[in-house]
Design a protein around this ligand. Structure first.
Ligand code: 5AD
Ligand code: SF4
Length: 468
């Protein structure tokens, strides 16, 4: 069988040889999946004997882990590549690699615009990085690795080693599914990450078990359409809700989150699991994208305003007080003022607790990029209106928490104000409170905090007691 159950001997470890060969710097843009990949890249480099550098200037190996979901992160990556030109001139031995989504789809352009890049490696081949770095030190010949695995109707075997042998992490991201089969007309992800592939359940369970043994208390399961997890597995179909239940049996794992589910696949078994499974948090990030049915259809999102509303009603009926957040795109090609206003009205009706709102960014190669585009100022004005409406709702919802006792997973001091402690509630509100004296001894534990005031960013409260 092609499963790849993690065993301790498979773990990625820093090189046993204590000689340090040099330093590395990884610049990451984009989603949590990229953050996660970057962490793994770092481990590969540590295995080769490299250690993190304090800055770009002195690093021996520089990796750019790129994002293509909108134009801006692509521009930033090209701009950083420009900044690397004088550094590479000064220190020709520096190795520069470009990884991630932009590497996957723009390898030739990168080579042409940035000839000082040593290698380009796509999203499914990051395990090639150690070999590419070694090669670059030796022969200085441009290399690229861009294969995307076919799904082949079986388990994913292209995840050779997963990181786990790291310092304690209170909250960890765990990819459970790669790629996407939805092909929304605005989205580049199916091109950059390939077809949907689920990781074997045993691998996920083993990884989370190890993370928990190393001190992790919260995991966030990652996938582009995370709730369609579990198709085409050698062990047979494993519904996402079942994976959640199995993970919840891991002793010491306090919290399970996941992002992002796809509305059409949000079924009653998942709603029941959120209601009944204590480790599964009462928060759902459910991307809406648009509140207008014609726009949804043009985006090839296969649900409607009505069916989305129905899921929200079911969720709120089953789990009162559940936190709901979303993603919305404004200014999709052809979006009329009325259609935008329907989205605005829907957002005001649903009252999400928070939303990531984006101006539509044409992605070359996607169907929507070929349609006539709206003027940028129109898109910008729509974003401002929507954001103002959502800010008011977020702020009001957070203020309505006042008086409630929240269960907070305490992460430590707030970086902005060291007298304050910071954590998240079960329904995913950021909570700040005056740090208790024993904060340092208790960081990573659950605390009861009485909410006092709400802001756009979250809730300020008063520490009551440690819950464990
Ligand atoms: N333009 C703007 N936003 C986009 N997203 C995806 N593709 C685009 C695009 N071309 C947004 C969607 C998605 C989130 C991760 O990014 O809202 O849910
Ligand atoms: Fe992109 Fe749509 Fe897949 Fe999400 S579901 S990754 S928006 S194609």
């Amino acid at each position: 069988m092609a499963t790849s159950l993690l065993r301790p001997q498979d773990l990625l470890r820093p090189s046993a040889d204590s000689t340090v060969r040099g330093t590395y710097f990884i610049q990451t843009w984009g989603c949590q999946m990229n953050e996660e990949d970057s962490e793994q890249m770092g481990l590969y480099l540590e295995q080769l004997g490299f250690r993190p550098s304090s800055g770009l200037e002195e690093a021996h190996v520089v990796l750019l882990n790129t994002c293509s979901v909108r134009k801006k992160p692509e521009d930033k990556a090209f701009s950083l590549l420009g900044e690397l030109v004088p550094l590479k001139r000064r220190r020709p031995e520096m190795v520069i690699g470009v990884c991630g989504c932009m590497a996957q789809i723009r390898a030739d352009e990168i080579k042409q615009r940035a000839p000082h890049v040593d290698f380009v490696v796509g999203t499914a081949q990051i395990s090639e990085i150690p070999g590419l770095v070694e090669e670059a030190f030796q022969k200085r010949k441009f290399a690229k690795r861009l294969a995307l695995p076919e799904r082949k109707g079986a388990v994913v075997t292209d995840i050779p080693q997963r990181k786990v042998d790291r310092q304690t992490k209170l909250k960890a991201f765990v990819p459970i599914q790669y790629g996407c089969d939805k092909f929304c007309t605005y989205c580049i992800v199916p091109a950059t990450r390939g077809r949907e592939r689920s990781r074997a359940t045993q691998d996920i369970l083993a990884e989370v078990q190890m993370l928990v043994e190393r001190g992790t208390r919260e995991v966030t399961l990652l996938g582009q359409t995370v709730n369609s997890y579990g198709k085409n597995l050698a062990e047979g179909r494993v519904p996402f809700s079942q994976l959640l239940w199995r993970l919840s049996e891991i002793e010491g794992l306090r919290r399970i989150r996941y992002t992002s589910p796809y509305p059409r696949d949000f079924k009653s078994d998942l709603i029941e699991t959120i209601r009944d499974c204590p480790a599964v948090m009462e928060h759902v990030h459910l991307p809406l994208q648009s509140g207008n049915n014609e726009m949804l259809q043009a985006m090839k999102r296969v649900y409607t305003q009505e069916s989305f509303r129905e899921i929200v009603h079911q969720l709120r009926a089953a789990v009162p007080g559940i936190g709901l957040t979303t993603d919305i795109i404004v200014g999709f090609p052809g979006e009329s003022e009325e259609q935008f206003e329907e989205t605005l009205a829907f957002v005001e009706e649903i009252e999400f607790d928070g939303a990531y709102m984006f101006i539509y960014s044409p992605r070359p190669g996607t169907p929507a990029a070929d349609l006539p585009q709206l003027p940028y100022p129109v898109k910008q004005a729509r974003l401002s209106r929507l954001a103002a409406a959502q800010d008011e709702i977020s702020c009001r919802h957070n203020s309505e928490q006042a008086g409630k006792i929240l269960e907070v997973l305490v992460e430590g001091r707030s970086p902005k104000d060291r007298t304050m402690a910071k954590g998240y509630s079960r329904d995913f509100r950021m909570v700040h409170f005056l740090a208790p004296d024993d904060l340092e001894d208790r960081t990573g534990r659950l605390a009861a905090v009485r909410a006092e005031r709400g802001f756009r960013w979250g809730v300020q409260g008063q520490f009551l007691d440690w819950l464990e």
